[in-house]
Design a protein around this ligand. Sequence first.
Ligand SMILES: Nc1nc2c(ncn2[C@@H]2O[C@H](COP(=O)(O)OP(=O)(O)OP(=O)(O)O)[C@@H](O)[C@H]2O)c(=O)[nH]1
Ligand SMILES: [Mg+2]
Length: 315
Amino acid sequence: MSAEVFNDASSDPYAVPEGHKSGFVAVIGRPNVGKSTLMNHYVGEKVAIVSSKPQTTRSRILGILTRETCQIIFVDTPGIHRPLHRLGEIMVRTATSAIPDADVVLFLVDASVPPQEEDRMIARILAEQTDAPIILVLNKMDRLPPENVEPHTEAYWDLAPFHDEWMMTVATEGTNLDALLERILAVLPEGPRYYPREYITDQTERQIVAELIREQVLRHTYHEVPHSVAVVVEEFKEREQDVTYVAANIFVERESQKGIVIGEKGRMIRQIGLNGRRAVERLVGGKVYLDLWVKVRKMWREDERQLRHLGFEGP
Ligand SMILES: Nc1nc2c(ncn2[C@@H]2O[C@H](COP(=O)(O)OP(=O)(O)OP(=O)(O)O)[C@@H](O)[C@H]2O)c(=O)[nH]1
Ligand SMILES: [Mg+2]
């Protein structure tokens, strides 16, 4: 092999052209504003689950967008809120700890409503904890009646006077997300390709599978139940004839919640299992046998030992 061929840029997953840009873009905001939806759009895959219920995302999740000239590592974070239990505290700490490390911060807000107390709290944290460029993202513009456009946008500008750029978006439809990407690129520093080209997230397949199952529980349950659920994949292996066998525990906090998740004559758990299996089949690209077990772990959201067992150690 000649030296020329050996040095061919295409054979080295980390080789980048001159002027290549890269960095970590933290997506920060209160629960339910559309952070995970936005990141998934850029990555082109569901790397973070999405639901209409607040506090869906519980950990820091990377979503990696790689192009020839850039690599943007989006850092999706749990919604920052006033925590009511130990899990909430860990989630908020996880989110805030992503701020000082970020090369760019996206401060996402739900522009269809005026600024909330949590938005004010986040603005104070951002003002204190970073010198990185901050882009104010006014999301859910599709829900904003024309007469509220001016008062709401002005209220958010006043809330975050330190922002360097701003953009109105509809994350669910991808509206203005190309323009937002250009703004991100404009302030992103030059840097290496941190992850190989084909990487889109830092999560393991097991973690993604557990999240896909939790997403189905979130879709089908209400009130306190979605918040009381944790999912752990206990087994994940290929069995005969290309069928992947997945066994997962769905933990709830109370017997009554177990009854709700199982449902009358097992109807609810069958529905969660059916939709969960389809989601996992899309992920693995083949047939899946999904074995779900519902178990009670009393007050796990307050219990350090249980939280650790479930993978919530915080930063
Ligand atoms: N109408 C509308 N809905 C949106 C938009 N962006 C996100 N949503 C919806 O808002 C809900 C919350 O979206 P997520 O992406 O889970 O929000 P999040 O900020 O990640 O929420 P947490 O993980 O709980 O902090 C979902 O039902 C989304 O479909 C938008 O631009 N317009
Ligand atoms: Mg989220």
